[in-house]
Design a protein around this ligand. Structure first.
Ligand code: NAP
Length: 472
């Protein structure tokens, strides 16, 4: 089936019908912006206001009447008024009976009232059909036409016909309605515009925490330690060396944390012997923000690449190289090529390049414009199989970078190992557990559980029961 043509069919409004008059209560910012957009889309608009003298800001093709007169002219009334002023609507209950009331209101705080504004409106005017819509679109976006960020309009309501009428208007305005079900969903829809990057909160806070930890850790090891023991001032490391230690370390840990909840979920399912019981809340939330964790990790990996590219032009690096050459020249010595070191250095660079390229590919496939064009199996292949390959390559890149320094006592300053050694803990745990889970004795039952099999079924399979009974 052609997915795109299906969508176009579903989203095309019924243009053959003549546009019905739409009434808007309230001539404030939102009412005017919506009225302007409705008139542009061919809807006759009538405003219901406390002041019937047409103010200059009202779209010129619109009429401004009293609430009662305006309500009589339309089947759909958009309530563009703050919730705290809704009480006057009870006096209009008779005129509003059977009409579709569209609640567009938002609150100042999440869960500000015990019930949603739309449910409150339905209680005030019980004879009306209340639909929640448009609250996620701003007056400014409607007026200026810059609707790219907020093209989706969540719609909910108990009356299917009323909801359909509102969804048709949404489509006619060039927006995309998303049916969220009954009016019970209104509270969630009203909370939505008040949330600030809900899925990004945990990944960003976690990465900031890791950055702060590794910054002070590296400061102690790489700046304070040489100052105390060798009286060397390496404070300039704060500009490039330390960030170039923090970025790969945080990127690797975050990448491993993208795959850790998956293995934890597998262990829980194996232990419980079913997929039909809920994961703990923290695991659910962690799984939901894996994409954001991965993208933050990719940003840190990208910074690591940039910091690494400038290494050869750093004054400290040029000084160290020329100093070494001069001291060898003064001693009339040459250093033979150490093939083992050359291998280690080339291998770790190659692993880093391959790891970063795959990491980049993972980032691209997580973009909606790309992921919408691959099927579920292709998406899983990239995000899971190639994702693990990326984790393996990046972990190997760090392991080879460490080389024989892991065992060298000089790597432990004040008994503190290098930051990259710490960064290997989570990825190694994830890879080892994943490797163990591949063994058939665990993989087979896990695959069966994920296909619906249960070790101790809560509801015995009736077909088996009937077969067993007839066998008896
Ligand atoms: P606004 O500029 O303050 O306008 C509110 C309008 O409500 C007033 O212009 C007034 O219209 C009417 N009103 C005020 N007090 C009233 C009372 N005591 N009795 C009856 N009517 C009264 O507010 P707005 O920004 O347009 O917002 C209107 C609604 O849209 C709010 O519920 C808001 O949450 C929602 N919303 C706004 C935006 C936005 O970007 N602004 C976005 C999404 C949703 P009259 O003088 O004509 O009577």
């Amino acid at each position: 089936m052609n997915k795109n043509s299906y969508n176009i069919m579903a989203l095309t409004p019924n243009t053959s019908n003549k546009r019905e008059t739409v009434c808007i209560f309230g001539t404030g910012d939102f009412g005017r912006a919506l009225g302007h957009k409705l008139i542009q889309s061919g809807y006759p608009v009538v405003f219901g206001s406390r002041n019937t003298q047409t103010p200059s800001l009202i779209p010129k093709d619109a009429e401004v009447l009293s609430h009662t007169e305006a309500a009589q002219k339309a089947a759909i009334i958009i309530i563009a008024i703050q919730r705290q002023h809704y009480s006057f609507l009870t006096s209009l209950a008779e005129i509003l009976h059977g009409k579709v009331l569209v609640d567009v209101s938002n609150n100042l705080k999440i869960n500000q009232y015990p019930e949603s504004n739309a449910e409150y409106l339905a209680q005030l005017v019980p004879g009306a059909k209340v639909v929640k819509a448009f609250n996620t679109v701003s007056a400014w976006a409607l007026q200026s036409g810059t609707l790219d960020a907020s093209r989706q309009v969540f719609v909910c309501g108990d009356d299917m016909e009323a909801k359909q009428m509102v969804m048709d208007i949404v489509r006619a305005l060039g927006l995309t309605p998303l049916d969220q079900g009954s009016l019970l969903a209104a509270q969630e829809i009203e909370n939505y515009p008040l949330q600030l990057f809900p899925m990004w909160k945990f990944p960003i806070l976690l990465s900031l925490g890791l950055v702060a930890f590794f910054f002070f850790y590296s400061l102690i090891r790489d700046v304070i330690y040489p100052y105390v023991y060798e009286s060397k001032d390496f404070s300039f490391f704060i500009a490039i060396s330390i960030p170039n230690r923090i970025c790969p370390v945080v990127a690797l840990i975050l990448l491993a944390l993208v795959y850790l909840p998956g293995v934890l979920a597998a262990i829980i399912q194996l232990y419980r012997g079913t997929k039909y019981s809920r994961f703990p809340d923290w695991l659910d939330k962690w799984m939901l923000c894996r994409k954001q964790l991965g993208l933050v990790a990719l940003a840190f990996a990208f910074l690591h690449v940039l910091y690494t590219l400038v290494i050869p032009i750093r004054s400290f690096v040029r000084w160290r190289t020329s100093n070494k050459i001069l001291s060898l020249a003064l001693k009339n010595e040459t250093e033979p090529l150490n093939t083992t070191n050359a291998w280690l250095s080339d291998s770790y660079l190659a692993l880093g390049i391959l790891g970063f390229s795959l990491f980049f590919l993972l980032g691209i496939t997580s973009l909606p414009s790309v992921s919408n064009n691959v099927n579920w199996r292709e998406f899983r292949f990239v995000q899971s199989k190639l994702g693990y390959l990326t984790l393996i390559l990046c972990t190997a890149h760090t392991l080879v970078y460490g080389g024989n320094r892991f065992l060298s006592p000089s790597s432990y300053r004040w008994y503190l190992p290098n930051a990259y050694m710490l960064s290997l803990i989570v990825p190694c745990i994830v890879l080892v557990v994943k490797f163990v889970l591949i063994f058939p004795c665990l993989d087979k039952p896990l695959t069966r559980i994920r296909q619906g099999w249960e070790r101790n079924p809560q509801y015995p399979d009736k077909s088996n029961y009937i077969i067993n009974k007839s066998a008896v």
